[in-house]
Design a binder for this molecule. Structure first.
Ligand code: GDP
Length: 460
C-alpha cells in the first residue's frame, strides 16, 4: 500500500499503523486505554511513546506483555502505532490513493451485543478500502461461565479452531463468526490465517481486565510481520509523506494540523504541500510539536518543539495559512523535488477520493474526506442523491447551496460529525432548509429518511 512518490531506496521498516473501529459502547476507547496502560505497566519507563494523535508500542514492550508468544528475534518490524482516536474518524482519513490511513484495523464487537449498525458500517469501510482486520470479541469478563483459567484467550487465539471454549462464550463467539460468514468472511479463532480479508482472526478479550490483550497484540504483530513487511519499507532520508488527522487551533501557534507521518522525515522550515480544496496549500513548517513527558508538563505548555520527525510518528505541525487544510488530506514535504510535481501528487490523491455528486439532491458535510466518502457512498446505496459534498463545518454557503435543490425534502443538509456555524443555523431556519446532524452515519441517514417519509405522508 505504501507508495513512494520519489525514487530513493527504502532503508528502513516502519511500524504498522493500527486503527480501532466498532459500534458505540463496544469498548474501543477502553481497549486503546488498556493497550496504553498495559504497555506503560509492563514496559520500562518511557518505553512507550505518546505522539500527537497516536501511541507507539515498540516490539520489546509487546514482547514483555505477550511473554513467550512474541520472541523479538523473530520480528523485524519495530512495533505497532495505534491511532488514538477510535472510530470512523481516525480510520477513514485517507492515506494514499484513496486507501485508508491504517494498515490494519481492530474491529471491536461486544460479545453480549453482537453485530450492530456501526459494526456493519465499519466492515463496509474495511471492505471498501481493502484493509485487513481482526475482530476483538470484547467484554468476555461479563459472560456467565467465563473462567479465565480454563479458557485462556491465548489458547483460543493461538491453538487450533477445534480448541473449544467450554462456556457460554461459545455461543456469543459463534454468533460473531456466523455474522462474519454471512459477509463471506470465514473466521478462525487462531492467527495462522491465509488471507485476512476473507479469513479473519477473532480474539476474545476484555478491555476491562486486560485478559486477551496480549493475544491481540501477538496476533497484530504476527500478521503484520507475516503479510505486511514489504509495505512497511520506507526511506527515512526522503521527504515526508503523511496524512492530516485533525485541523485545530493551538494556543500561540494559530491553526495547526495533527498529522501522522508514514514515510520519510519532516523538519522545521521544510516547505510542505497540504491537501485542501479547491487548491492545495503551500507553506513552510514553523514548528513541529510533540507532547512533553508527563512529568514536565506545565498547564500552559504541554508541547515540546522538536527539530525533526521520522516516520511512522504523529506530530503537530505549526505553519502559516493552514486554515483551509482538510482532515484526511495528504501532507507532503517538497524536499529537493519540483514544487509542481508535489502539487500534482497531492492533487491526484485528492481527486482519487470518490465523492461523486449529481445535478439534484441533498447537501452533505463531514469531518474528514474519508468519512465524507463513506457517507456519500452509503447515501448512494440508499438511493439518496447528493448534490454537493464537502469537508468542514456547515457554513451559510452550504445553506445557500441546499436551498437551490428542486424538491422540498432535498433542501436539506446532512452534517456528519461537524458543527453548524451560528449564522448558518439562523439562515437555515429562515429559509426552511432541513438540518440533520449526527456522529453516526446510519442514524444521520435514518433521521433524514424519517423526515422524507413525513413530508411524503403530509403530501398525500
Ligand atoms: P466505545 O464507545 O466503543 O469507545 O466504548 P467504551 O470504551 O467507552 O466502553 C463503553 C462501556 O463499556 C464503558 O462503560 C466501559 O467501561 C465498558 N467496557 C468496555 N470494555 C469492557 C470490558 O471488556 N468489560 C466490561 N465489563 N466492560 C467494558
Amino acid at each position: 500500500m505504501s507508495e513512494h512518490d520519489h525514487q530513493a531506496e527504502p532503508d528502513s521498516l516502519r511500524t504498522p499503523i493500527v486503527a480501532v473501529l466498532g459500534h458505540v459502547d463496544h469498548g474501543k476507547t477502553s481497549l486503546l486505554d488498556k493497550i496504553r496502560g498495559s504497555a506503560v505497566h509492563e514496559g520500562e519507563a518511557g518505553a512507550i511513546t505518546q505522539h500527537i494523535g497516536s501511541t507507539a508500542v515498540p516490539l520489546e514492550v509487546i514482547s514483555d506483555i505477550a511473554g513467550e508468544l512474541v520472541n523479538p528475534d523473530d520480528f523485524d518490524l519495530p512495533g505497532l502505532l495505534f491511532i488514538d482516536t477510535p472510530g470512523h474518524h481516525s480510520f477513514s482519513t485517507l492515506r494514499s490513493r484513496g486507501g485508508a490511513l491504517a494498515d490494519i484495523a481492530i474491529l471491536v464487537v461486544d460479545v453480549n451485543d453482537g453485530f450492530q449498525p456501526q459494526t456493519h458500517e465499519a466492515m463496509d469501510i474495511l471492505a471498501r478500502t481493502s484493509t485487513p482486520f481482526i475482530v476483538a470479541a470484547n467484554k468476555i469478563d461479563t459472560v456467565p461461565g467465563w473462567n479465565p483459567e480454563q479458557n485462556r484467550p491465548s489458547k483460543v487465539a493461538i491453538e487450533s479452531q477445534s480448541e473449544r471454549v467450554q462456556s457460554d462464550l461459545n455461543d456469543s463467539l459463534y454468533e460473531i463468526i456466523g455474522q462474519l460468514s454471512s459477509k463471506d468472511i470465514s473466521a478462525d479463532m487462531y492467527w495462522r490465517v491465509q488471507d485476512f480479508q476473507k479469513n479473519v482472526g477473532v480474539v476474545p478479550l476484555s478491555a476491562e481486565t486486560g485478559e486477551g490483550v496480549p493475544d491481540l497484540l501477538t496476533v497484530l504483530m504476527g500478521l503484520s510481520q507475516r503479510y505486511m513487511k514489504d509495505e512497511m519499507e520506507i526511506d527515512t532520508a526522503g521527504p515526508a509523506a503523511g496524512t492530516v488527522l485533525e485541523v485545530k487551533d493551538t494556543q500561540g501557534f494559530g491553526t495547526t494540523i495533527d498529522t501522522v507521518i508514514y514515510d520519510g522525515t519532516i523538519r522545521e522550515d521544510d516547505t510542505i504541500v497540504v491537501g485542501s480544496k479547491p487548491e492545495p496549500i503551500v507553506t513552510d513548517v514553523r514548528a513541529l510539536l510533540q507532547p512533553k513527558p508527563l512529568a514536565e508538563i506545565r498547564a500552559d505548555e504541554e508541547f515540546e518543539q522538536v527539530p525533526e520527525v521520522v516516520a511512522a510518528e504523529g506530530v503537530k505541525v505549526a505553519a502559516p495559512d493552514l486554515d483551509d487544510a482538510m482532515a484526511g488530506a495528504p501532507v507532503r514535504v517538497v524536499g529537493d523535488r519540483e514544487l509542481d510535481d508535489v502539487l500534482d501528487i497531492v492533487r491526484k490523491e485528492l481527486a482519487d477520493i470518490e465523492v461523486s455528486t449529481e445535478e439534484e439532491g441533498v447537501t452533505v458535510k463531514a469531518d474528514t474526506l474519508g468519512s465524507l466518502e463513506a457517507l456519500v457512498s452509503t447515501l448512494e446505496e440508499d438511493e439518496i442523491p447528493v448534490m454537493d459534498a464537502g469537508v468542514g463545518d456547515v457554513a451559510p454557503r452550504d445553506v445557500r447551496m441546499a436551498e437551490t435543490a428542486e424538491t422540498a425534502h432535498e433542501q436539506s443538509i446532512l452534517a456528519f460529525n461537524v458543527d453548524v456555524l451560528d449564522d448558518a443555523r439562523q439562515l437555515a431556519e429562515q429559509e426552511d432548509v432541513g438540518l440533520f446532524e449526527h456522529d453516526v452515519i446510519y442514524r444521520l441517514i435514518e433521521s433524514y429518511q424519517e423526515y422524507v417519509e413525513e413530508i411524503q405522508e403530509a403530501q398525500q
